[in-house]
Design a protein around this ligand. Structure first.
Ligand code: 13P
Length: 252
């Protein structure tokens, strides 16, 4: 059966000391039994990863990075490779977030290289997809997510695809306080699962976790997560407060 997952994308927030404190507080609030039901992931900034790795219990919290380089090593000033992340114990990498697609020019081509790097290191990918408001208004959201998936993760073999977690994040819902309605989320999550079945098999589709992201908070998480094709959330703002993030985890 597919895993339920709640992942916190801290984005470019917290100084190191604040990040360590947040991770420690969350670690204290979680017990092992909760983690058996819901996998908890946090993705702090790169500079915090090695320190945070030392203060969390890896049975309770999985550490993720928010991006990685297109290459393994070499003359790529400013980049951090998946291999470097693996070396400090980071087993999950978020790729394709809309902020990276729009501000840092991640394309399907660069994302394919990044996904390959992550998989070569036997790490997991949380692969983000989602439409902008104009596309939703023009009812192009199905087409947009299909293209984003087809150009990158649907090119993988079955065995490779088993290391992919999908996150549907409508761009118009990110940091705006506007959430997709539970019906909107279920509709597109079911569509995405159908695409996975078409490209691979029903079994793989059933085993793929599809997370929702975009203004998810303790007040709306329960309703969103109660949909049969919503397997958890990728949480931005609300993951920066341990109590809110814990409340979202408890929404299952
Ligand atoms: P918010 O939860 O702040 O809307 O951000 C969602 C997101 O982008 C998670 O990756």
């Amino acid at each position: 059966m597919r895993k339920k997952i709640v992942a916190g994308n801290w984005k470019m927030n917290t100084q190191l000391s604040e990040g360590i404190e947040l991770a420690q507080t969350l670690n204290k609030k979680l017990d092992n039994s909760e983690n058996e039901e819901v996998k908890v992931v946090i993705a702090p900034p790169f500079t915090h990863l090695a320190s945070i790795k030392n203060v969390i219990d890896s049975k309770k919290i999985t550490l993720a990075a928010q991006n990685c380089a297109t290459h393994e090593k070499g003359a790529y000033t400013g980049e951090i490779s998946a291999t470097m992340l693996k070396n400090i114990g980071v087993d999950t990498v978020i790729l394709g977030h809309s902020e990276r697609r729009s501000y840092y020019y991640d394309t399907s081509e660069t994302l394919s290289l990044k996904v390959a790097q992550v998989l070569a290191n036997k790490q997991e990918v949380i692969f983000c997809i989602g439409e902008v408001l104009k596309e939703r208004e023009a009812e192009k959201h199905f087409e947009v997510v299909k293209k984003q998936l087809s150009e990158v993760v649907f090119k993988l073999s079955e065995a490779e695809f088993e290391n992919i977690i999908l996150a549907y994040e409508p761009v118009w819902a990110i940091g705006t306080g506007k959430t997709a309605s539970p019906e909107q989320a279920q509709e597109i999550h079911a569509y995405i699962r159908g695409l996975v079945a078409e490209n691979y098999s029903n079994e793989i589709a059933e085993n793929t976790s599809i997370l929702y992201g975009g203004s998810c908070n303790p007040g709306n998480a329960k309703e969103l997560f109660s949909n049969k094709d919503v397997d958890g959330g990728l949480i931005g703002g609300a993951s920066l407060k341990a109590d809110d993030f814990k409340a979202i985890i408890n929404s299952f």
